[in-house]
Design a protein around this ligand. Structure first.
Ligand code: NAP
Length: 495
C-alpha cells in the first residue's frame, strides 16, 4: 500500500466503504486483470481494482435477469422503502463518500460532499415517483370495450457513467431504474469506480436484493459497452458521457432496437445582457466554469456578453477569478481542484493556445499552475472569435471562460444556437419579455435564467440536438424506465 492508500483509509470512519472488488449478484468478486485508481492531485495509486470484462458483464446481466421477476413484482412501496433506506445511509456516510470521491476525482471535499448529498436526493425523489406510476383508462370507440393503459418496468437495464460526477450519475440512473422495478448492471468510469462501489455497498446494506444492482469496474470499456448494447436480455441502456461514445453505443444498440437514454456533451452559451446584474452573472460563471474545474457537461463553453457592459463584466470576472483558490481538494478553503488527468490538461492547453492564436486576449490565468501535475489556473480570455475551438463545437472541459461580445438580442440567439449541441443555455437579464423571448428561441433542453445552476432532482435534466435523448430526474424521468402496454378489454356488454 502506498502512503496515499493509508491516508485515504485514515480519513474514513467506515473503511468497509472502500471496496476493491466488483459487485455482482450480491457478491464482491475479483478478476484476473487489474487496474490502478489514482488521486489526480498527487498521482498516487489509491486502490487497485479488478478490471471486469465482457464475460463478467454477461454473467452480471444473467444475474440481473434472474433477480428481475421478484423485484418487479414487489409492491412499489416496498421498493420505495429500500430506496429511502439507501438514501439515508448515503447521508449518514456523506463524509466518507466525499473523501473517497475527492481522492479519486480531485474536486474539493465540500463540493464532493455536496454531490454526495445531491446523489441521495434522486433516491428520495424516485422512491416517491415509483409509487405514482399510474396507468389510464381510455374511452373506447366501441361500447363494449375499455382501453386500459399499463406502465411496466422495461426489464434488465444497463448504465454507463462518466468520472466528473461519480456519485450523482450513479443514482440518477439507478434510482429511477429500481423504483420502476427494473434491475440494472452499471459500469462506472475508469477513473472513479470507488465512489460507485461505496454506493453499491450502501445499497447492499439498505436491503437492495442480490442481482438487482450490479457494479462492474473496468479499465476496458468498449467490450462491456458492446455486451450491454448487443445482449438481447438488456432492454435499455442509459449512458452519460461524450457525444462521440454515445453515437457509437447508439449504432451498436440498433442491432436489437434497444431503448436508449443518452446524456451527452454540451457547448453551453452563457449570455449576459446589458441590463443584467454583473456580480450575479460573474457568480454564475464561477458556478459553471470553476466548479469541478470546469469539468461539467453544463459548463459554459461560450460566454456571450453584450458590448455595452463588456469591459465592466470582464474586469469583475477577472477580480473574482483571481480569488479562486486552487489546490488539493482535501486542503481547507480550496475552491478548485486539478483536472482529471494529463489528457484533460492537454485539451485545455490546446484550447487556450487556439483562443490566443486566433486573437484572444488573456485577462488572467492561461497556463498550468505552479502546483504542477494537472492543475490549471482559472482563466479568462476575451476578444474570442467564432473561428475558435469552442465555436467549432469542442467542449473545453476546463476552467476557461472564453468571452465573445454581441450587439443585440437577435445576434445573441443566433450565436447561441450556432452549435450541434443543445444541453443548457444561461441567460442573464432582468427584462421579463426578453426572458421569455430568448428562452423560447434557444435550442436547448434547459435554460437557466439569472442562475448558474440547472441540476436538481425535481427538474427534467437533458438535452436536444446532439446533447442526447431522454430526461433524467423529475416526474418525467421515470418514464424512461417504463414501457406502455395497452389492453383492449372487450366483450363487456355480454351478460
Ligand atoms: P466518455 O469518454 O464518453 O466516457 C464516459 C463513460 O463511457 C465512461 O464510463 C467510459 O469508460 C465509457 N466508455 C468509453 N468508451 C466506451 C465504449 N466504446 N463503449 C462503452 N463505454 C465506453 O466521457 P468522459 O470523458 O468520461 O466524460 C465527459 C463527457 O461526459 C463530456 O462530454 C460531458 O459533457 C459528458 N457528460 C454529460 C452529462 C449529461 O448529463 N449530459 C453529464 C456528465 C458528463 P472509461 O472511463 O473506462 O473510458
Amino acid at each position: 500500500m502506498t502512503a496515499d492508500v493509508l491516508s485515504l483509509t485514515d480519513r474514513l470512519q467506515d473503511t468497509d466503504l472502500l471496496r476493491t472488488a466488483a459487485f455482482v449478484d450480491g457478491e464482491w468478486v475479483g478478476a484476473e486483470e487489474h487496474f490502478d485508481v489514482r488521486n489526480p492531485a498527487t498521482g498516487e495509486v489509491i486502490a487497485v481494482l479488478p478490471s471486469m470484462d465482457a464475460s463478467a458483464a454477461r454473467s452480471a446481466i444473467e444475474r440481473a435477469e434472474a433477480a428481475l421477476p421478484a423485484w418487479r413484482a414487489r409492491p412499489a412501496i416496498e421498493r420505495s422503502r429500500i430506496l429511502r433506506r439507501w438514501a439515508d445511509l448515503i447521508r449518514d456516510h456523506a463524509d466518507d463518500i466525499a473523501s473517497i470521491l475527492t481522492a479519486e476525482q480531485g474536486k474539493p471535499w465540500a463540493e464532493a460532499r455536496g454531490e454526495v448529498l445531491y446523489s441521495s436526493q434522486f433516491l428520495d425523489w424516485f422512491a416517491e415517483e415509483g409509487r405514482r406510476v399510474y396507468g389510464d383508462v381510455v374511452p373506447s370507440h366501441t361500447a363494449d370495450a375499455r382501453i386500459i393503459v399499463l406502465k411496466q418496468a422495461i426489464g434488465v437495464t444497463a448504465g454507463i457513467t462518466p468520472w466528473n460526477l461519480p456519485a450523482a450519475m450513479i443514482t440518477r440512473k439507478a434510482a429511477p431504474a429500481l423504483a420502476a422495478g427494473c434491475t440494472i448492471v452499471m459500469k462506472p468510469a475508469e477513473q472513479t469506480p470507488l465512489t460507485a462501489l461505496a454506493l453499491a455497498r450502501l445499497a447492499e446494506r439498505a436491503g437492495v436484493p442480490s442481482g438487482v444492482l450490479n457494479m462492474l469496474p473496468s479499465d476496458d470499456a468498449p467490450p462491456i459497452g458492446t455486451e450491454f448494447t448487443t445482449n438481447a436480455t438488456v432492454r435499455k441502456l442509459s449512458f452519460t458521457g461524450s457525444t462521440e461514445v454515445g453515437k457509437l453505443l447508439m449504432a451498436q444498440a440498433s442491432r436489437n432496437v434497444q431503448k436508449l437514454s443518452l446524456e451527452l456533451g454540451g457547448n453551453s452559451p452563457f449570455i449576459v445582457f446589458d441590463d443584467a446584474g454583473i456580480d450575479e452573472a460573474v457568480e454564475g460563471i464561477v458556478s459553471t466554469k470553476y466548479r469541478n474545474a470546469g469539468q461539467i457537461c453544463t459548463g459554459a463553453n461560450r460566454v456571450l456578453v453584450q458590448r455595452g457592459i463588456l469591459d465592466d463584466f470582464v474586469e469583475a470576472l477577472r477580480q473574482r477569478t483571481q480569488r479562486v483558490t486552487l489546490g488539493n481538494g482535501f486542503d481547507h478553503g480550496v475552491e478548485m481542484g486539478p483536472l482529471i488527468d494529463a489528457g484533460g490538461l492537454e485539451k485545455v492547453e490546446r484550447h487556450v493556445a487556439d483562443l490566443i492564436d486566433r486573437g484572444g486576449t488573456v485577462v488572467t490565468g492561461g497556463r498550468r499552475s505552479d502546483l504542477g501535475r494537472t492543475f490549471f489556473e482559472p482563466t479568462v480570455i476575451t476578444n474570442v472569435g467564432t473561428d475558435t475551438l469552442p465555436w467549432q463545437d469542442e467542449e473545453t472541459f476546463g476552467p476557461v471562460a472564453a468571452v465573445t461580445a454581441f450587439d443585440d438580442e437577435d445576434e445573441a440567439i443566433a450565436l447561441a444556437n450556432s452549435t450541434e449541441y443543445g444541453l443548457v443555455a444561461y441567460v442573464y437579464t432582468h427584462d421579463v419579455g426578453r426572458i421569455f423571448r430568448v428562452s423560447e428561441a434557444l435550442e436547448t433542453g434547459m435554460v437557466a435564467v439569472n442562475s448558474g445552476r440547472v441540476s436538481n432532482e425535481q427538474a427534467p435534466f437533458g438535452g436536444v440536438k446532439q446533447s442526447g435523448l431522454g430526461r433524467e430526474g423529475s416526474r418525467y424521468g421515470i418514464d424512461d424506465w417504463l414501457e406502455l402496454k395497452y389492453i383492449n378489454l372487450a366483450g363487456l356488454s355480454r351478460r
